[in-house]
Write a protein that binds this ligand. Structure first.
Ligand code: DSN
Length: 418
């Protein structure tokens, strides 16, 4: 059986154009080195659950309390997903229905705030997320947003600044967690600040939830009132979101997800989330999560050795943010040069970036994908050298591409056995 489902032959017959898209994307994923920090390769079991007939079922509501008949089977999938998420993260309550991390944040905000309320969150250009109060997002339009960032000198979160802002503005909600912050977030410090200011604390763990699941970094769950997350990044599940919260907030969170923010849950995605939670509870996943962090450190050091400066001086997580200003190459140009060599990464603003978001002075690299492929420190050291080589000298892209292909002979994702 092919990994993409038993009916691929049928799809090829009925819709060759889309079938070709699937094949081409499979080739693209297999034939390059994927360093996008927010991506991963799900397991064939997750893909099987995703490509299933559970997609046919409407199930508005929650298990045992649906607004449609015929939900007794899909109820089992959601109950399993919830129980597995609660056990995996040691959470009092889990909601597995959010379609994405952004939907999870929208629901979490709806559970805790009214439009016009004040929230304190990390600024997008300093590593926060669109939903942390960006003006172009619902969060920036509907709430009164106060932003914190990182210090110019250390490029680390300034907890004294966060405390001062919290005391001055008395936000209803404080959001911690980021998409491009390579260091650990001090959840205990944020808890103390939230308690001092009388605010709720939300940890957006979209990026790091997989590392928390594998116990490779400290968990936000004991500190935050609500933890939002995605299931498709280091956690290696299907594309989707989720929310963990205290027992006290369970009802508010559930009502905010449905019926406030979403209608029918995607039962095929929920089944796939359940598969991913079970996979993440295995000892092999803990080893994987630890290796993701080790690999990120090795990659970061290899880039630093080549004069590519890591923001904040290094990483504690799955990603590194690299300041390219010393090389005189923009993030956008570095992304293009790496693409020619078969290395996929993304341009990314660095703190206090003088360039606009479409150009940027940095790139973000992450190791969830390459670690899933079984690569280790030796390969990551070499990948760091290859990235540096092509960023500095685009003429070397062809030679780098050949070396990328050699690495992939041994480490291809989705091999033929799938
Ligand atoms: N777009 C995701 C990322 O790449 O970090 C965050 O939502």
């Amino acid at each position: 059986m092919a990994y993409y489902g038993p009916d691929f032959g049928l799809l090829e017959q009925q819709d060759p154009e889309i079938a070709q898209v699937l094949l081409d994307e499979l080739d693209r994923q297999r034939d390059g080195i994927q360093l996008i920090a927010s991506e991963n390769f799900t397991s064939p079991a997750v893909l099987a659950a995703l490509g299933s007939t559970l997609t046919n079922k409407y199930a508005e509501g929650y298990p045992g309390r649906r607004y449609y008949g015929g939900c007794e089977v899909v109820d089992r999938a959601e109950r399993l997903a919830v129980a597995r998420a609660e056990a995996l993260f040691g959470a009092e309550h889990a909601n597995v229905q959010p379609h994405s991390g952004a939907s999870a944040n929208l629901a979490a905000y709806a559970a805790l705030m009214q439009p016009g309320d004040t929230m304190l969150a990390m600024a997008l250009p300093h590593g926060g997320h669109l939903t942390h109060g960006s003006k172009v997002n619902f969060s920036g339009r509907w709430f009164d947003v106060v932003s914190y960032g990182v210090r110019r000198d250390t490029e680390l979160i300034d907890y004294d600044e966060v405390m001062a802002l919290a005391i001055r503005h008395r936000p209803k909600l404080i959001v911690c967690g980021a998409t491009a912050y390579p260091r650990l977030v001090d959840y205990a410090a944020f808890r103390a600040i939230a308690d001092e200011a009388g605010a709720w604390l939300l940890a957006d763990a979209a990026h790091t939830i997989g590392l928390m699941a594998g116990r490779a970094i400290p968990s936000a769950v004991p500190y935050a009132d609500i933890v939002t997350f995605t299931t498709h990044k280091a956690l290696r599940g299907p594309r989707g979101g989720g929310i963990l919260c205290t027992r006290e907030l369970a009802g508010r969170v559930d009502r905010a997800v449905y019926p406030f923010v979403q209608g029918g849950p995607m039962m095929h995605a929920i089944a796939a989330k359940a598969v991913a939670f079970a996979e993440a509870a295995r000892p092999e996943f803990a080893e994987y999560a630890r290796n993701v962090v080790v690999n990120a450190r090795v990659l970061c050091d290899a880039l630093a050795d080549e004069g590519m400066r890591p923001v904040s001086g290094g990483t504690d997580t799955h990603l590194a943010l690299i300041d390219l200003r010393g090389l005189g190459v923009s993030g956008a140009e570095a992304e293009r040069r790496c693409a020619v060599a078969g290395i996929t990464l993304n341009r990314n603003a660095i703190p206090y970036d003088p360039e606009p978001p479409a150009v940027t002075s940095g790139v973000r690299v992450g190791t969830p994908c390459v670690t899933t492929q079984g690569m280790g420190p030796q390969e990551l050291k070499e990948i760091g050298a290859l990235v540096a080589q092509v960023v500095k000298n685009p003429d070397s892209a062809q030679a780098a591409r050949e070396r990328v292909e050699q690495l992939l002979v041994i480490h291809r994702p989705y091999l033929s056995e799938y």
